[in-house]
Design a protein around this ligand. Structure first.
Ligand SMILES: Nc1ncnc2c1ncn2[C@@H]1O[C@H](COP(=O)(O)OP(=O)(O)O)[C@@H](O)[C@H]1O
Ligand SMILES: [Mg+2]
Length: 316
């Protein structure tokens, strides 16, 4: 067992708004195992994107990291705490888009409308490595072919608006991977796409991860997607972590009532429109609103419940 690439401990984030202080994350604890896919799953507003933005150090005022640590252990250099870096620390520049890359839900947030596709992917290479423009262009072409874009020479001179949503997301994935990041964060990368394209992009991400062996954090509100892509699962609710386990543990034998509720809310079990709204009604309110510290069970998973609520066969 190699050490986790990221160890997140007691991470807390607050947003100061007109109506008061929102605690977006409270005591968030989880590891990201190296070379595997960790899914963060939870309803809208549960703190998934805020967690990802902390790892990239993208939290901006009125938001602030108010506590905790994010220990990042790169393979080739010394581990450090991302949360503790000064804003001016050079390591932040290496981190974003170098060691750690992110793919967002909406590909146009990552693409410039006024630059051609080839130029943008080449620029991502030039930002982090000292290679000639010709070399960057050639590598960009290779990477674009790798993510399944055909007719490369012509397409590289085209602009994002000339691409479909799925093709744009392929480009963004290529841009995220050109510097061979140790960690790839995908924040709901398929939510804005048609169902068939969604499946293609999921398969692409999974295949690239198999091949490149980078560590992936995959954020989604959809447990169906989790089943297709994840090795490990972190379940979040209202800024807290409720259950952590392997995909098999969490999907086959969930322990936390909230996770059970999420599973019941997979399409087909309840009406699609009601999907996420119904979870709180199928689980006991006290179990999900009262923060309990994570306890480690005998099968290795962690769950935020009082000891008395853990099934006897899993008691630590
Ligand atoms: N820019 C912001 N200003 C104020 N509050 C915010 C902001 N961004 C996030 N939050 C708070 O953090 C919570 C978690 O947001 P987020 O991580 O984006 O949720 P999701 O799980 O849908 O990605 C939100 O419910 C909100 O209360
Ligand atoms: Mg989000």
């Amino acid at each position: 067992m190699t050490a986790p690439v990221l160890e997140i401990r007691d991470l807390a984030v607050e947003f100061k708004t007109d109506t008061g202080l929102t605690r977006a994350l409270r005591n968030v604890n989880f590891d990201v195992p190296r070379g595997e896919v960790t899914a963060i799953v939870g309803e809208s507003g549960s703190g998934k994107s805020v967690t990802a933005n902390c790892i990239m150090r993208l939290i901006q005022p009125p938001g602030r990291i108010t506590g905790g640590s994010i220990r990042f252990a790169p393979t080739a250099s010394q581990a450090f705490d991302i949360a503790a870096l000064e804003d001016k620390d050079e390591r932040l520049l290496d981190l974003r888009g170098g060691h750690i890359s992110m793919v967002f839900q909406e590909p146009m947030t990552a693409l410039s409308p006024v630059h051609n596709i080839g130029g943008q992917v080449a620029e991502a290479i030039l930002c982090h490595r000292e290679v000639s423009k010709e070399q960057a262009w050639a590598e960009a072409a290779q990477m674009l072919a790798h993510v399944g874009i055909g007719d490369i020479e012509r397409r590289m001179t085209m602009y994002p608006f000339e691409f479909s949503g799925g093709m744009r997301q392929r480009v963004v994935i290529a841009m995220a991977l050109v510097c061979n990041p140790e960690v790839l964060i995908c924040d709901e990368p398929t939510t804005a796409l048609d169902v068939t394209i969604q499946a293609e992009i999921l398969t692409l991400i999974r295949n690239l991860q198999d091949e490149l062996k980078n560590s992936v954090i995959f954020i989604t509100h959809d447990l169906g997607v989790v089943a297709q892509i994840a090795d490990h699962v972190v379940v979040m609710y209202q800024g807290r972590v409720l259950e952590i386990g392997t995909v098999r543990q969490v999907l086959k034998q969930p322990v936390h009532p909230y996770t059970k509720g999420l599973l019941k809310a997979i399409p087909g079990v309840v009406d699609p429109g009601e999907r996420l709204a119904t979870i709180a009604s199928v689980v006991g309110d006290a179990d999900i609103t009262t923060p309990f510290p994570l306890i480690k069970l005998s099968d290795g998973r962690q769950v935020s419940l009082p000891r008395g609520h853990v099934p006897a066969e899993l008691k630590p």
